[in-house]
Design a protein around this ligand. Structure first.
Ligand SMILES: [Zn+2]
Length: 80
């Protein structure tokens, strides 16, 4: 499992995907959501929304990581 290059926290596949998408697709070192938010000067909440957006768009960087429980329930809500 990769670790954040700034704070050393363990990264989720979503955070790795987000770093690739927003900073550099070929990156080999990544930042966690907290450090990315600091880097961009935005809230972590916004980054979470971005991840959801990219996933909805079918971005390959997020498809492989599987859906979180939250996303799953949101999808089933949409379908009903
Ligand atoms: Zn970090």
């Amino acid at each position: 499992m990769s670790r954040c290059m700034k704070c050393g926290r363990e990264l989720s596949p979503d955070e790795v995907g987000l770093h690739k998408k927003l900073i550099n697709r070929g990156a080999s070192e990544y930042m966690c959501m907290t450090c990315l938010a600091e880097f961009f000067g935005c809230s972590e909440e916004l980054l979470k929304q971005k991840i959801a957006q990219f996933r909805e768009m079918g971005c390959a960087l997020f498809n492989s990581s599987g859906l979180s429980e939250n996303t799953k329930s949101e999808v089933s809500r949409k379908n009903t």
